[in-house]
Design a protein around this ligand. Sequence first.
Ligand code: FAD
Length: 451
Amino acid sequence: MKHDFDLVVIGAGSGGIATARRAAEYGAKVGVAEFDRLGGTCVNRGCVPKKLMVYASHFPELFADAQGYGWSLVKSSLDWEKMITAVNDEVTRLNGIYQRMLDNSKVEILQGYGKFIDAHTIQVGERQVTADKILIAVGGRPVKPEIPGIEYAMTSDDIFHLKQQPKHIVILGGGYIGSEFACILHGLGSEVTQVIRHDKILRGFDEDLQTEIQQAMGNHGIRILTNSQLTKIEKSDTGLLVKVRKDGDGEETIVVDAVSLAATGRKPNTQKLGLENTKVQVDDNGAIVVDKYSQTAEDNIYAVGDCTDNINLTPVAINEGRALADTVFGNKSRTMSYENVPTAIFTTPEAATVGLTEAEAREKYGDAVKVYRSRFRPMYYTLAGKDEKTMMKLVVDQNTDKVVGAHMVGTGAAEIIQGVAIAVKMGATKANFDATVGIHPTSAEEFVTMR
Ligand code: FAD
């Protein structure tokens, strides 16, 4: 049976666009359904605007550090509206680039919300299209916890459009997005209180990394309320009254000037897709169930990226999508490798990681695990007169001498770990690290000199 398209992708985010372009390169006729702006979460309300705001948040620190190097005091103030406008202008520029990339690849953009009529038919706005293969790449969205008054809380999506800088903000949640926003807003000059359920932020990351970042955030002036739950938000004449219950320590009311931010979790966008008209299956959180080839229970339907709730990162969505296009349209069967996926946390200080945490390695390799750790004040902070520390850590399986995990907290961590990740992915041993000559003077050289 002849279809309108060889492939229709639902969702023009990181995974959807990567798959569409790669499939089109192989000669497939491709359509992409999107109801919002091109680029998805990463470009419009994730990695890109966030990283621009991270850069913005670092300037006061740089101005202060400069004095130690002989510069006179810099008195500068933030024009919040100007910053938000600049960030959103850059996002709009990127939307245009995505449009041109898809046009150049001869991918047709189907403007509207995509919904399954059956396994080969999609309703997009007023139009019905058929496709031989369909990719679901609809991403996820932030969810708000059920707390009285939660309607007064923003999500991470809203922060990029705030008209005014909050003077005092409560951030709910200790995940990487919540922690990053705590540091961004603090760096930009807001007073920040972060409320987390456990005793440490960044659950799931290496414990040394959690401790190091949490301590540094505290030293910088971010108040982190651990083992605490937000129980209620009320609107009052003085602002929002945020009630926080601390385990075994009563309740505290924090008055914030205007807003609080919910950064508590995300859910796949699969509820209104018409999946009931297909054999596609979802788990309890609404994530689409796929095999290692990103194939769902319906033979011709695939899913990649955050809607499968596997590793929710842009490069993962892109890699899954390209592997899928290579397999299905390029006759090069391959799967995405989920081992040793590096990732960064753009807090201040920054952190990055690849491979196993120390705890994971101990569970897997027991007593054979050896940990190399280094904690020092980087040269930059000596003249700046600050007691900022960098922490680096290698986790080694002594049975094979392989480096199974590398973790860093400190300036440049993301850039440094990206390079280290290649070595770890290739199965480098500690002896290989030791045999590598350092670049002096850098912080990175510590990774090849740890004893
Ligand atoms: P998305 O990029 O979310 O794209 C899905 C698209 O589908 C959207 O455009 C949506 O409008 C569209 N859509 C949904 N339903 C339909 C429908 N029915 N019909 C038509 N279109 C539909 N990752 C990193 O790697 N590094 C980071 O630093 C980073 N920072 C982040 C910061 C924040 C605040 C957030 C929220 C996320 C961050 N991420 C980061 C995660 C990253 O953004 C996601 O992993 C990535 O965007 C997932 O890509 P995707 O293609 O699966 O989905």
